[in-house]
Design a protein around this ligand. Structure first.
Ligand code: HSE
Length: 453
């Protein structure tokens, strides 16, 4: 084994950085044996050096991150600060001074991954970021290396633990969104400002990274259609249950059937309870990868937290150190297909639409005609009566019944729940716009896609 150590600098020492430091210092002998040379922590850049950080050597702390990455003797820089700047500049500087970079920064990779990969290649160093997507779950390396000989057609997953916790809570307790969010905040899953999670930005960044690697093309966060879960109601969850489904915030990356384009999207969707993603509970993540030769693969585990994220960082650190020792680099960016990213309107899927309608003869036919006019085929229709005098009675199947027992009293209001066959999103949007113009449609209560069938 080489005795001269590989020098590693750490940018950021919060929850993840402290855990990375702890593993590097407490497992140094094992890491050295696996790499073939010891690791030496050369410095740790932090904003608040006086904060108590158990197990972190105080003499390594510095507030001058720029000077640290400019030292010129670093082998690897580990970045766990997050955000775009100053991190982008620090990483660029690290590359220029010959260091490989291990990053957990999904926002930066999803915004500017192509340029960072190009800079790493130019300077003959590595850029690794397993921890940027789904915490501890090995996903980037399997997609980039293990599946490099296969053709991935679809990546479908739960990549945000906070929102999965909220939806799981709503599903299991009947709680509304705000109540479930409050619990997620109290338990430390949701940040004080939960926008990145609940509005889907975090999942969209991860979807962009996954789509680019899976389809060997370039996808940025701006290419990802994004809808958060703030509009999901307890009624949506109850409606999903009636269909034998649950609601999940999904990241879905697909290659078009003709192979000429890809799509990437994040939105809440109903999935059948029989689908393996339906049983992903709490703050866990899980990702389905569908490849032509491999078939369907599922990756499951903790998607956030200090220790799980540090595990992914350490895996990358060992790989980057091994490459440094061998004076080589690992696989870089593969974007040769140059597939365009199609807009959401081209996505073909199924829909669950809940309408508030006048409860009188001919309304169902009117609604069905609008669907037909837009070439959207209806799979099932369910009517839930809310007619005055019926006390919120539910009357499943009554929509098609020509009077008789259980028929709702005319002149009131009812909820119509329509589930469609597969149709383009643009056709569905046009259908909903037309439905809104009908006098008999008092409102569109919810529209949710149905996936995983
Ligand atoms: N906030 C993310 C989550 C973890 O809840 O999954 C970091 O990406």
């Amino acid at each position: 084994m080489r005795t001269r150590p590989l020098k590693v600098a750490l940018l950021g020492c919060g929850v993840v950085g402290s855990e990375v430091t702890r593993i590097i210092t407490t497992q140094s002998a094992d890491l050295a044996a696996r790499i073939g040379a010891p690791i030496e922590l050369a410095g740790i850049a932090v904003r608040r050096p006086n904060r108590v950080r158990e197990g972190v050597p105080a003499e390594l702390l510095t507030t001058d991150a720029t000077a640290l990455v400019k030292r010129g003797d670093l082998d690897v820089v580990v970045e766990v600060i997050g955000g775009i700047e100053p991190v982008r500049t620090l990483i660029t500087t690290a590359f220029e001074h010959g260091a490989s970079v291990v990053s957990a920064n999904k926002a930066l990779l999803a915004a500017d991954g192509a340029s960072l990969h190009a800079q790493a290649a130019e300077h003959g160093v590595d850029l690794y970021y397993e921890a940027a997507v789904a915490g501890a779950i090995p996903l980037i390396r399997p997609l980039r290396e293990s599946l490099a000989g296969d053709k991935v057609n679809r990546v479908l997953g739960i990549v945000n633990g906070t929102t999965n916790f909220i939806l799981d809570k709503m599903d299991t307790t009947g709680a509304g969104y705000s109540e479930a969010l409050d619990e997620a905040t109290a338990l430390g899953y949701a940040e004080a400002d939960p926008t990145a999670d609940v509005e889907g930005f975090d999942a969209a960044a991860k979807a962009a990274i996954l789509a680019g690697i899976a389809f060997h093309t370039r996808v940025t966060i701006d290419d990802v259609h994004r809808e958060g879960l703030t509009e999901v109601t307890a009624a949506d969850i109850a409606s999903a249950k009636k269909m034998g489904c649950t609601v999940k915030l999904l990241a879905i990356c697909e290659r078009a059937r003709d192979g000429r384009s890809v799509t990437a999207r994040v939105h809440p969707a109903m999935i059948p309870l029989s689908h393996p993603l339906a049983s992903v509970r709490g703050a866990y993540n899980a990702v389905f990868v569908e490849a032509e030769a491999a078939g369907r693969l599922m990756f499951y585990g903790p998607g956030a937290g200090g220790a799980p994220t540090a595990s992914a960082v350490l895996g990358d650190l060992v790989a980057a150190c091994r490459n440094k020792l061998a004076a080589t680099t690992g696989a870089g960016e593969s974007a040769y297909t140059q597939l365009p990213v199609s807009p959401m309107g081209d996505v073909v899927t199924r829909y669950h639409i809940s309408l508030d309608v006048a409860d009188k003869p001919g309304v169902l036919a009117q609604v069905a005609t609008v669907f037909a006019e837009h070439d959207v085929s209806i799979d099932t229709v369910r009517q839930q009566g809310r007619s005055q005098g019926l006390g919120g009675d539910t009357n499943d199947g009554a929509a098609d019944a020509p009077g008789g027992a259980g028929r709702l009293r005319e002149g009131g209001e009812a909820s119509l729940v329509v589930v469609t066959h597969r149709a383009p999103d643009a056709a569905l949007s046009a259908t909903v716009a037309s439905l809104r113009t009908l006098d008999t449609v008092r409102g569109v209560a919810s529209i949710m896609r149905v996936e995983g069938e």
